[in-house]
Design a protein around this ligand. Structure first.
Ligand SMILES: *[C@@H]1O[C@H](CO)[C@@H](O)[C@H](O)[C@H]1NC(C)=O
Ligand SMILES: *[C@@H]1O[C@H](CO)[C@@H](O)[C@H](O)[C@H]1NC(C)=O
Ligand SMILES: *[C@@H]1O[C@H](CO)[C@@H](O)[C@H](O)[C@H]1NC(C)=O
Length: 384
């Protein structure tokens, strides 16, 4: 047994050396400094790059800083962060690099107007929750006024209102009120609207995601993603600026420490099994099975929580004044049992979409990898 362990130790040590050397030889990548249009505006870094377009040397980053289709600019007047998607300009409200998502809105505060001509198919972006909406133009009459509907204000006039709905029942309703069909649009909503939400003014930020370049793994490991310096569109991950060992070395250590630990566990299990077998063969009354299960079976899960970057990678939202929630009727945080208020930050668990105060659920997730409501596990929640 002693000999075996020392042999394994030598093999693992050489593995560690090889992996460390391999990581040092990894391809070099372009690393550009992060920037932003204004203080508190979304950070601009790979795959995005700041390209003001007017050749201003101060605000234009080299092409190699970003991925094609991810150019941003700062608005001349308001200095908001602007992105051009399919020929339309949008303000960038937030970017989540770890989950590869961005939240955008209309700089002119009439998002539905822009949605009427938005076509994502030639852009790098897709809706996270694309939802079909039908828009109707209704002449305002007393009959319609008694229903408290939420019109699209910026498309409505003094004698007519425009309504947007994703509910089939509401479509029938508007047709019965002799409203005229205006358009069908696919809206990349932040959260899907449920049937009971009759109309929406479609003013909430829309939420997009991008598939390429894939930097999720790198971002959740706090690495910096960038284009490789060989002028291809391949991306690499740099762990520079991170204290401690490179990723591959950490793998090696995990393997180095994990394997002997696993061997010990297996050894112990064999030992226990052997004991039980010998007891089973000598004893006349074998113990009932459930006792065997409860006393000897290894604990299925140790209580292990999630690390900070993984928790941060779960979607967050700040409640608006209307407090529209991902799931209607879910207006109480299941952890602290207090109601959600405007401006509070909520976090949603990606697999089961249960929603909580970010402060409450972050503390929980640091100790448990599962949803406090449905116990759905987020342990292995890797996006790529
Ligand atoms: C979007 O653009 C693509 C190609 O440019 C086109 O094939 C498609 O029909 C357009 N979709 C809509 C809804 O206009
Ligand atoms: C809605 O209909 C009215 C007349 O019924 C028309 O004047 C108005 O331009 C229409 N609005 C839109 C946004 O199409
Ligand atoms: C709206 O309706 C009122 C009363 O029916 C009418 O006097 C007015 O001219 C209409 N306004 C427009 C912009 O059509």
């Amino acid at each position: 047994m002693d000999l075996q362990i020392s042999q394994i130790a030598i093999i693992l040590f050489s593995l560690l050396l090889i992996l460390t050397a391999a990581s040092a030889a990894a391809a070099a990548i372009n690393l550009c400094p992060a920037t932003s249009c204004r203080h508190r505006d979304p950070t601009i870094r790979f795959p995005f790059r700041l390209n003001s377009g007017d050749g201003d040397g101060d605000t234009t980053q080299p092409k190699s800083c970003g991925y094609p289709g991810f150019d941003l600019s700062c608005d001349n007047k308001s200095n908001q962060t602007i992105i051009n998607i399919g020929g339309l300009l949008f303000t960038v409200k937030a970017v989540d690099y770890a989950t590869q998502q961005l939240w955008i809105n209309d700089p002119d505060n009439c998002l539905p107007n822009r949605l009427l001509s938005l076509n994502l198919s030639d852009s790098a972006f897709r809706g996270v929750y694309p939802q079909d909406f039908t828009l109707f133009n209704c002449s305002l009459n007393l009959d319609l006024a008694k229903f408290q509907l939420n019109p699209v204000g910026c498309l409505s006039g003094p004698n007519y209102s425009v309504f947007a709905t994703s509910s089939d029942k509401a479509v029938q309703f508007f047709l019965s009120k002799s409203c005229t069909f205006m358009a069908s649009v696919q809206v990349p909503v932040q959260w899907p609207y449920y049937e009971q939400v009759v109309t929406s003014d479609l003013s909430d930020d829309i939420r997009l995601t991008w598939l390429e370049p894939r930097c999720r793994r790198c971002e959740t490991r706090r690495g910096r993603c960038g284009l490789q310096t060989n002028f291809s569109l391949e991306v690499g991950c740099s762990q520079q600026g991170q204290h401690g060992l490179p990723r591959t070395a950490r793998y090696a250590i995990t393997v180095g420490a994990g394997l002997p630990a696993m061997l010990c566990v297996i050894g112990m299990l064999c030992f226990v099994c052997g004991k039980l077998k010998s007891r089973g063969s000598t004893s006349q009354n074998p113990r009932p099975r459930y006792e065997f299960n409860s006393s000897v079976a290894p604990q299925p899960t140790l209580v292990i929580g999630l690390d900070g970057p993984t928790i941060e990678s779960f979607p967050k939202l700040v409640l608006g004044e209307s407090r529209r929630l991902p799931k209607p009727n879910d207006n109480i945080c299941p952890i602290c049992l207090s109601e959600y208020h405007p401006k509070e930050t909520l976090r949603t668990l990606p697999d089961c979409t249960h929603c909580f105060h970010a402060d409450c659920v972050d503390e929980w997730l640091r100790l448990n990898a599962s949803c406090p409501v449905c116990r759905s596990s987020h342990e292995r929640h890797l996006y790529s």
